[in-house]
Design a protein around this ligand. Structure first.
Ligand code: GAP
Length: 511
């Protein structure tokens, strides 16, 4: 359940992303396409940095994890074996009045008490603000002809109940989020989430294929190839980054829930008798520390332990790492213990053995698996949320001015530094600045900007999260060759020789 809701923060982030070229609505010139997004010049840098650091930390800097890049469209039997063809769906509810469609588990129902008597229920989308709920409750008050009755706001501020959990008779007196009369929401029905396509020249049932809804099955279906060709030994992991597609009923909250997104998944294979509880805990800590390393503070991450009675039948335990997004506390990273379910399913459906021989114990078994599964786009939204800030700093004339700043960690910032000649009409200064830009560019993504007052140039970089501004001035030229390095967050400046500058940037960016 969301605990906070900051729509104005979300609006500011969306506006900044568009204004500065991070993220655009897909197909914008045709009015957009719900649930799809395009990443602009800065967005693609930020996204690549997140993926590259994840790959570096989870694959290249570990001896026990190897990588994979499997195809998006795979044999349809994979999705039969995994259970997706029959079971990958969400409960959906239609509103007969507004013709809108909702995910039943995201509709939260609140009791409306009028002078302490039940007037009906309102169903709201998760994360709905109290003021909006009161507006809905007032509609019920009007429908009941009790214009003066007191609405119990405490009830509206409570946790609420999922639409799927309320009685049928209560649904008949429930007001939908976009309805004006009671009882217009239908019973929940299952809605299949996989996108279908056709492969080959025959357009019959046998040609039906699916766009993968998760990268994980590409890992399970290649597990045997990797065991047979690599030098992996239990415990070991296979990691993959790639696109996934889900026909979400209600894509919303910007890039939080979209229909095309990217996942970074690991299947970590362990012995059936391993201490999976400790390994699960280890993975959770590892994930929390990794998020902190890219600028997502530990205080904004919490754990949602799925209760045993709500676990999927094959799951031993699942804990979601939740992040305080602007629209509320929501899942960022799922860490599940999936037992040997997937490999056993593929063993059965393909007829190929999924056993591994463990040299250490001389035992043969189908391993169990721990699965940390993270969305690239959700990570990017979390990074933007954690980094977004507005503060006040003095301008060139010493007057205090408001600024918008993205306090990205230097590791993931799209540009690591911006290089400025103090003035653009002094060729020797410009040459020095261009020379430094060329040198830094060999190593990092850096920006060169010679136009406008220096304060304005700093501000433009603050807004896109460039951690350092490097200015070449007359002293650089005439005295010691030192440059001025300005820190985005403190706005403090210090002079540095070029060789110190390289060591400084290296320690901040590559650490
Ligand atoms: N293989 C397990 C799996 O796919 P999931 O909880 O459905 O589990 C894992 O998805 C992660 O993928 C989520 O924690 C989230 O970060 C991301 N994700 C899932 N659906 C998404 C969507 N519609 N839009 C953006 N990210 C999504």
């Amino acid at each position: 359940m969301p605990e906070t809701n900051n729509n104005s923060l979300m609006d500011s982030i969306i506006a900044l992303c568009k204004r500065r070229g991070f993220i655009f609505a897909s197909s914008e010139i045709y009015g957009g396409y719900n649930g799809f997004f395009d990443y602009g010049p800065l967005g693609v840098e930020l996204r690549n940095n997140i993926k590259n650091i994840w790959w570096r930390d989870m694959v290249q800097r570990r001896e026990d994890i190897v990588g994979l890049d499997s195809s998006i469209i795979m044999h349809p039997n994979i999705w039969k074996a995994s259970g997706h063809v029959d079971g990958f769906s969400d409960p959906m509810v239609d509103c007969k009045e507004s013709k809108l469609r909702y995910r039943a588990d995201q509709l939260i129902v609140f009791e409306v008490l009028l002078d302490n008597e039940l007037g009906g229920y309102i169903a709201t989308l998760e994360g709905c603000e109290l003021s909006e709920k009161i507006k809905q409750a007032k509609k019920i008050r009007n429908l009941k002809g009790k214009k003066e009755a007191k609405i119990d706001e405490k009830k509206l501020g409570s946790k609420g109940t999922e639409f799927t959990d309320i009685d049928k008779k209560d649904r008949l007196i429930t007001l939908g989020p976009d309805a004006d009369v009671l009882g217009t929401l239908t019973e929940p029905r299952e809605f299949k989430l996989m996108f279908e396509t056709k492969v080959g020249s025959l357009a019959d049932e046998s040609s039906v294929a699916y766009l993968r809804p998760e990268t994980a099955q590409g890992i399970f279906s290649n597990y045997k190839n990797i065991v047979d060709t690599g030098r992996v030994k239990i415990p070991f992991g296979i990691a993959q980054i790639g696109k996934a597609f889900r026909n979400e009923i209600t894509p919303r909250n910007f890039i939080f829930r979209s229909r095309e997104f990217e996942q970074m998944e690991i299947e970590y294979f362990i012995a059936p008798d391993a201490d999976w509880k400790s390994l699960h805990r280890e993975w959770l800590d590892n994930c929390i520390n990794w998020l902190a390393s890219i600028g997502i503070p530990k205080e904004s991450v919490s754990e949602d332990v799925h209760p045993e009675n709500k676990l999927a039948f094959y799951s031993q335990a699942t804990t979601d790492l939740m992040f305080d997004f602007p629209h509320g506390r929501q899942e960022l990273w799922g860490v599940a213990c999936r037992s040997d379910y997937d490999l056993k399913q593929h063993q059965e459906h393909s007829g190929k053995s999924m056993e591994i021989f463990d040299e250490a114990t001389k035992l043969k078994f189908v391993p169990h698996v721990i699965e940390p599964s993270l969305g690239v786009d959700r990570t990017l939204l979390a990074v933007l949320t954690a980094a977004y800030d507005e503060d006040e700093i003095p301008n060139d004339k010493g007057n205090v001015e408001k600024r918008t700043v993205l306090r990205f960690s230097p590791k993931i910032a799209p540009y690591k530094a911006a290089i400025f000649p103090l003035v653009k009409n002094k060729p020797e200064l410009v040459d020095l600045a261009l020379d430094l830009h060329k040198k830094l560019q060999k190593r990092w993504n850096v920006f060169y900007d010679a136009s406008g007052a220096i304060g304005r140039r700093y501000r433009r970089q603050d807004e896109i999260g460039t951690p350092y501004g490097i200015t070449i001035d007359f002293d650089t030229l005439e005295k010691d060759g030192a440059v001025t390095l300005r820190d985005r967050d403190t706005t403090k400046q210090k002079r540095m020789l070029p060789e110190e500058l390289f060591a400084f940037l290296e320690s901040k960016i590559d650490g």
